[in-house]
Design a protein around this ligand. Structure first.
Ligand SMILES: Nc1nc2c(c(=O)[nH]1)N[C@H]1C(S)=C(S)[C@@H](COP(=O)(O)OP(=O)(O)OC[C@H]3O[C@@H](n4cnc5c(=O)[nH]c(N)nc54)[C@H](O)[C@@H]3O)O[C@H]1N2
Ligand SMILES: Nc1nc2c(c(=O)[nH]1)N[C@H]1C(S)=C(S)[C@@H](COP(=O)(O)OP(=O)(O)OC[C@H]3O[C@@H](n4cnc5c(=O)[nH]c(N)nc54)[C@H](O)[C@@H]3O)O[C@H]1N2
Ligand SMILES: [Mo]
Length: 824
């Protein structure tokens, strides 16, 4: 993988940008570089000695490493990997974790509350006191609530802090409690959704990931459309350990990257054509008879029968009254089992009772109903493909498609590692559906060392609902959350003050733990929203691109300056209790304190009548925490606590989380995840064996005549999204935005290493430096993303994406974008 070659790169743009900002006063409220290191009143008895506190990386890099925070004379001096007695296997730290002192003492940190004095976005602020800030926010909000109701205020909670006392989207965070108490709306980030949606659709809700403890037993591990060497560094250790233990490592990607270099086999594929690749693989699997028929018969919906109205034939159709029972979560549900054709008795039976559910030779009419067998429909869909046809669409050779078929069909167990690389396209939902189906058809799931690898998800331990809905100390219930606002709908609501023809007087937006200007699609649309919304509050650690637009800007402290509990599981199956290692610098405060102050000043003090200990204890009031014996006091002692359930293979024995216990292949009723009045072509959604190309990343898309290149923005090695932008060490490795070109494309465009280029389309443009790398696929460009606007030579990478969703899935499509290139 190319590192940004410093030869030919200039700092001019960054320096010029910084100077302009200072002149405009943008960096007011931020510290000078060593500001935070001003003399401290150190406890003289501890002078020179180092104390170690417990900490963790709380950004959403899907790793959540456990850190030791070393403090000397009241200063954070370094970080090291925390020790995990039970499983040293999980002890890691990466350069981001190692550079935390530079974040704590960064010049970019916000120091005190501020009020905007210039244009929105100009970043001109005046210093105000906390009392003034809270007064101004709550005066405005009380007014809006009185005039327009609680839904006139919306919260955007991002992934900046994955802990429960502060927390953006973390399960059951105090932030979510505040929103629920106020009855405020949520603006949904709508990121990374297709992967999760497809997973829930095919396997049912719940954690679906195989613990790294099982990986060594796999024959094959496929890194499919994700970039662990950069974006999941801890996981990369596990991948390489498994390779050392004998697993063959394969990378399927649109570019030759570090994962590919470390793999036994690299399969390059055209962008967003992985679904077509699966069809090619499946056609070969079937041609060779390598499908796992018995697994499908017992553990999938392949033998189910679909009636003319697209619903399943059920026992109630046969006159058997439904019963009630418990689903996989212990919830009372109606049970009306699906019917299959039982080959053994040649009769219609409940799938729970049939001896041998048929996968062929099912009568066209069963018990008076015209039916179609799900597996027959799957065969028809797969039958439209051959390895040759898939090869044409995907660019993968026929030989490689056949080799993948052999791997999945004959050489299991196979573990399939995915993350969000396939997610950021308009057709993502179909891609994931198909890869999951490949796992089901070949029986590479629900068995030891077979299944899905990824990160993310909740810890499976929390009393999240209890936290969010915690009654007041007087016993009143919270109002309950207001409506969810899809990201694509936000600007329309702000501008028109209505949604789908009905009034929606949204007046104020509160952003915490997120930098939406940089991180949501189609930046110019985002900026329009932020310019037009009546009152914008941003709670931030640094002067992010979003902070520049705030009417009131609140300084949040660094993670090491407050007590908290990191609660996302990722591939770190331990909760990590975070000590307050030092006092918050300047006037910054913890998210916990800020939310409590706002909630109380809004008149909801009885809902915020809790201490850190109370809230964490409530969060731990769950069956799993009790079973594990985890309490607030035990956590303060041990600092970390494992959820041992996460060791279990979630589908062992082919038990899926749907009520039928089977993996899905057919959707009875198409229910889109969002309603913005879109038209829905249901024919694409019933049978999960469906694929269509991406919108702009597709090589054949008409738009490619005008905009010949698709652009990937892989996540940066040295940042977590835009966090760490203010850490200078990291810029030694990734100094400023670059665009990576394939050598042939560069030649055709007349571009040499270090040239300045502009990428543009109808939505936006970005000017950056070119680098040339033969690992880059032709007609694609890769711009590692996460730079702030001020770091670009001109424009911003985030302006070129589109802000629109697939008909059923609310999913931001960061990589589905085409541009033309101009050499400057
Ligand atoms: N250092 C760092 N780590 C991070 C983050 C960060 O910003 N920085 N962000 C975190 C978050 S929230 C997330 S969601 C994850 C994302 O984690 P990943 O999904 O691992 O990260 P991406 O950078 O999106 O990498 C996508 C990979 O998919 C490939 N790819 C893109 N399109 C296609 C395609 O159509 N087909 C195939 N087969 N491959 C394709 C790309 O070439 C790239 O190698 O990373 C997390 N970890
Ligand atoms: N072009 C493009 N855009 C993308 C992606 C992509 O692949 N390409 N990936 C997308 C994905 S997958 C994701 S998950 C999103 C992530 O998007 P965001 O959730 O917006 O991620 P961050 O940039 O980490 O922003 C978090 C902000 O929270 C602040 N912060 C950190 N800690 C705290 C704290 O304790 N309290 C408070 N109040 N604030 C804090 C940080 O300073 C930072 O500005 O980005 C998305 N954007
Ligand atoms: Mo993400």
């Amino acid at each position: 993988m190319a590192s940004s070659n410093s030869r030919g790169f200039s700092r001019r743009s960054f320096i010029a940008g910084a100077a302009a900002l200072t002149a405009a006063g943008v960096l007011s409220g931020c510290s000078s570089n060593t500001g935070g290191l001003a003399p401290h009143t150190a406890d003289s008895s501890k002078a020179g000695t180092e104390e170690i506190f417990s900490g963790s990386c709380r950004s959403q890099c899907i790793q959540g490493c456990y850190l030791n925070v070393h403090v000397r004379d009241g200063q954070i001096v370094r970080t090291t990997a925390g020790h995990i007695e039970e499983e040293p296997f999980y002890e890691h730290i990466c350069p981001k974790g190692l550079s935390h002192p530079a974040r704590v003492y960064s010049a970019g940190r916000l120091q005190y509350p501020m009020r905007r004095v210039g244009e929105r976005g100009a970043g001109e602020f005046e210093r105000i006191s906390w009392d003034e800030a809270i007064q101004e926010i709550t005066d405005k909000w009380k007014g809006y609530r009185e005039e327009y109701g609680p839904e006139s205020i919306a919260f955007f909670l991002g992934s900046g802090n994955t802990a429960v006392l502060g927390g953006g989207t973390a399960d059951g965070s105090v932030m979510q409690h505040l929103q629920t108490v106020m009855g405020a709306c949520s603006v949904l980030p709508d990121r990374d959704i297709a992967f999760q949606s497809a997973m829930v659709k095919v396997f049912g809700p719940g954690s679906a990931f195989v613990s790294p403890l099982e990986w060594n037993g796999a024959n094959h591990i496929v890194i499919w459309g994700c970039n662990p060497a950069v974006s999941c560094k801890r996981m990369m250790h596990f991948y390489l350990d498994a390779k050392d233990a004998g697993a063959q490592l394969t990378t399927i990607d649109i570019q030759y990257n570090t994962n590919a270099a470390k793999s036994d086999w690299f399969v390059p594929v055209h962008p967003a054509t992985d679904g077509a690749l699966v069809f090619g693989i499946l056609s070969e699997v079937l041609a060779q008879g390598w499908q796992d028929t018995e697994f499908m018969r017992a553990h999938s919906e392949a033998p189910f029968l679909v009636k003319e109205d697209n619903t399943f034939l059920r026992m109630s159709d046969l006159g058997v009254a439904p019963t009630t029972g418990k689903n996989a979560y212990g919830m009372e549900v109606t049970i009306d089992p699906e019917v299959v054709w039982d080959e053994a008795t040649q009769s219609a039976k409940s799938h729970l009772e049939a001896e041998k559910p048929a996968l062929e030779n099912v009568p066209e009419e069963v018990e008076g109903f015209k039916v179609r067998l799900v597996w027959d429909m799957a065969l028809e869909a797969i039958g439209k493909w051959t390895p040759e046809k898939a090869s044409e669409v995907t660019g993968v050779s026929v030989e490689d498609i056949k080799r993948l078929a052999r791997m999945y069909g004959q050489e299991g167990p196979v573990l399939t590692g995915m993350n969000q690389g396939l997610n950021h396209y308009f057709n993502a939902i179909y891609t994931y559906d198909l890869i999951f189906l490949l796992m089901v058809v070949t029986g590479n799931i629900g068995k030891e060392s077979a299944g899905l690898i990824s990160g993310g998800g909740s810890f499976g331990i929390s009393n999240s609902n209890g936290c969010i809905n915690q009654p007041s100390s007087k016993g009143e219930k919270p109002a309950g959350p207001g409506r969810n606002i899809n990201w694509t709908a936000l600007y329309g609501i702000i501008h028109d003050q209505e949604l789908l023809g009905k009034p929606f007087p949204l007046k104020s937006l509160y952003c915490s733990c997120t930098n939406i200007v940089s991180n949501q699609t189609e930046q110019n649309e985002t900026i329009k929203s932020l310019k037009e919304v009546e009152f914008l509050v941003v709670e931030e650690m640094t002067m992010s691109d979003t902070a520049l637009y705030a009417d009131i800007l609140l300084p949040a402290c660094h993670w090491f300056e407050c007590e908290d509990l990191r609660v996302r599981s990722y591939n770190m199956p331990y909760l990590v209790y975070n000590d307050k290692a030092t006092e918050p610098l300047y006037e910054s405060k913890s998210d916990f304190e800020i939310y409590k102050m706002i909630g109380s000043a809004m008149g909801f003090e009885d809902f915020f009548d809790f201490s850190e200990k109370d809230y964490i204890s409530l969060w731990l009031n769950s069956p799993v925490a009790k079973k594990e014996g985890i309490t607030y006091d035990s956590l303060r002692e041990t600092k970390i606590a494992r959820n041992h359930q996460l060791k279990e293979n979630p589908f062992m024995g082919g038990k899926f989380f749907h009520q039928s216990g089977r993996a899905k292949m057919w959707t009875e009723k198409v229910v889109p995840e969002y309603n913005l009045g879109q038209e829905i072509d249901e024919s694409k959604e019933h049978l999960l064996f469906y694929w269509e190309p991406a919108r702009e990343a597709n090589l054949e898309a008409p738009i490619r005549e005008k905009y010949p290149f698709s652009v990937l923005g892989e996540h940066m090695r040295t940042r977590n999204h835009t966090q760490w932008w203010d850490v200078d060490y990291m810029k030694e490795y990734e100094r400023q935005p670059i665009a990576r070109f394939n050598p042939d494309d560069a030649k055709e465009l007349g571009i040499s290493e270090g040239d300045t280029v502009r990428l543009y389309n109808d939505r936006g443009s970005v000017t950056l430096l070119a680098t040339i790398n033969s690992g880059q696929a032709p007609k694609t460009i890769n711009c590692p993303r996460s730079f702030l606007t001020r770091e670009h030579i001109d424009g911003d990478f985030a302006t070129i994406s589109f802000n629109d969703y697939n008909q059923v899935t609310r999913n931001q499509c960061y990589f589905d974008q085409a541009v033309a290139v101009e050499k400057l």
